[in-house]
Design a protein around this ligand. Structure first.
Ligand code: CMP
Length: 141
């Protein structure tokens, strides 16, 4: 089915000048970028976005890293977009990511792992709504 998923190019990958490389991987895989914005997350925004991880031991470091510089947030649309994006990203830990994936090629550590992608349809809906209104999603069919 055609799905939408929320993607973030994290501060490490923006600082590393990898936005275009990462967007090219999405488009080459048949995913369309139907919304995009650069922003520097506030503490409140980062804590809100990652609220599901609030009790995890890495939460403080995660929020600190995600507010350390600008990010690109985008909505990807396409057939099987959630799974396809996760495949393109590779494993959460770059050390475990398969060759040819974004995290293998461009990331260094578990926090500085270049990209975020929604993990399921319900979280995709919530994460997209966190950043974009319906009128900002430019679906082209
Ligand atoms: P992300 O997909 O953005 O979702 C939560 C992030 O927490 C994850 O990518 C990692 O960058 C970061 N993180 C740090 N430590 C861990 C951990 N032990 N397990 C999972 N995610 C972690």
């Amino acid at each position: 089915a055609v799905e939408r998923t929320l993607s973030i190019v994290k501060p490490d990958a923006v600082a590393g000048n990898h936005i275009g490389d990462i967007y090219n991987r999405f488009e080459t895989a048949g995913l369309q970028i139907i919304a995009a914005r650069m922003l520097h997350l506030s503490q409140d925004q980062a804590e809100g976005f990652y609220a599901v991880h609030r009790e995890r031991p890495f939460f403080g470091d995660l929020v600190k890293f995600m507010t350390s510089g600008p990010v690109m947030v985008q909505v990807l649309e396409g057939e099987d977009a959630i799974r396809k994006n996760r495949e393109i990203m590779g494993a959460t830990n770059p050390a475990e990511a398969a060759a040819g994936t974004i995290r293998h090629d461009l990331a260094e550590t578990l926090d500085a792992n270049a990209v975020h992608g929604s993990d399921a349809p319900e979280t995709a809906r919530e994460e997209i709504a966190f950043f974009f209104g319906d009128d900002e999603l430019h679906s082209r069919g």
